[in-house]
Design a protein around this ligand. Structure first.
Ligand SMILES: Cc1cc2nc3c(=O)[nH]c(=O)nc-3n(C[C@H](O)[C@H](O)[C@H](O)COP(=O)(O)O)c2cc1C
Length: 257
């Protein structure tokens, strides 16, 4: 009899099997594409923060204009090589899970709440026609209200003036903390200064910056209704431009230039 329970179960099982095979085959075949898209998304942000993104040219072609370098945070030295890592594939966030490649940030220093910092990071350099450094693009990250914000800050060749900021991943609330992606807010960072007398002075304040304030070049408008995210951004800038972050590198470059 065609309506036997065994036959019904066999048909149901076969349908399930075929469907699961289709789903897992597409998951596997799309994995590389997803990886590529994620990488391109980060690269797009790097190009945007560097101010060189052109939508008519492929992202990977434009990315070739930038030089990638490893940075040893303790010495502040740039390195072309690090272990056997391929610099294009090196992910400094992934290596923070490996105790051999990262260090726990002491609680007293962990203002950005990153827990572990990679021993060696990766930065991007944009050079001018004379091969001098025009901009540095530095990865930054730190905790907001709901999770870690990941992004890049670009600085000019004086190694103190901000040229742009972009976030490629965060969990902040649309309309509140997610206003970190608001183009108007991001553009307000251009021209601001990070250090005042060798101390990180740049901060996202509560409310609007008074343009008459003599310290306005160190201040960014707060995100309204999102003081916690704003403070998170201030803290990540303070951390990444401290001696635990890029300060040693920037001092080295300033001595050289
Ligand atoms: C559902 C919900 C989502 C929120 N999302 C954020 C956020 O993404 N970032 C943030 O700083 N504050 C967020 N807040 C508000 C904070 O709880 C807090 O009130 C706010 O940071 C204080 O900012 P203010 O002093 O500018 O009002 C959220 C609040 C609620 C109820």
């Amino acid at each position: 009899m065609n309506e036997s329970i065994i036959k019904t179960l066999a048909v149901a099982f076969s349908v399930c099997l075929v469907c699961s095979l289709i789903v897992s085959a597409s998951a596997v075949s799309l994995r590389d594409l997803q990886k590529e898209n994620k990488l391109n998304d980060k690269r797009l942000k790097v190009l945007q923060v560097a101010g060189i993104y052109d939508q008519n040219i492929s992202i990977s072609d434009q990315f070739n204009q930038l030089e990638s370098k490893f940075i040893d945070f303790d010495s502040g030295m740039l390195m072309a090589e690090y272990n056997n890592f391929n610099i294009d594939e090196y992910d400094q966030v992934v290596v923070t899970k490996d105790p051999a490649l990262s260090s726990e940030v002491p609680a007293s220093e962990d203002i950005a709440i990153i827990k572990n910092r990679e021993n060696v990071g990766k930065i991007y350099i944009l050079r001018d026609d004379l091969d001098n450094i025009k901009k540095l693009i530095l990865p930054i990250r730190g905790y907001g209200l709901w999770g870690t914000l990941y992004g890049y800050i670009a600085i000019e060749s004086d190694f103190n003036t901000v040229s742009g900021i972009e976030f490629y991943d965060h969990k902040e609330t649309p309309g509140l903390g997610a206003e970190v992606d608001n183009p108007r807010w991001k553009s307000s960072w251009k021209g601001k200064k990070i250090y005042n007398n060798d101390q990180v002075a740049l901060e996202v304040i509560k409310g609007k910056v008074d343009t008459g304030d003599i310290e306005s070049e160190y201040k960014i408008d707060g995100l309204s209704g999102a003081t916690i995210t704003s403070r998170g951004v201030t803290n990540m800038v303070s951390y990444w431009f401290s001696d635990s972050g890029y300060a040693n590198l920037l001092k080295e470059l300033n001595y050289e230039s």
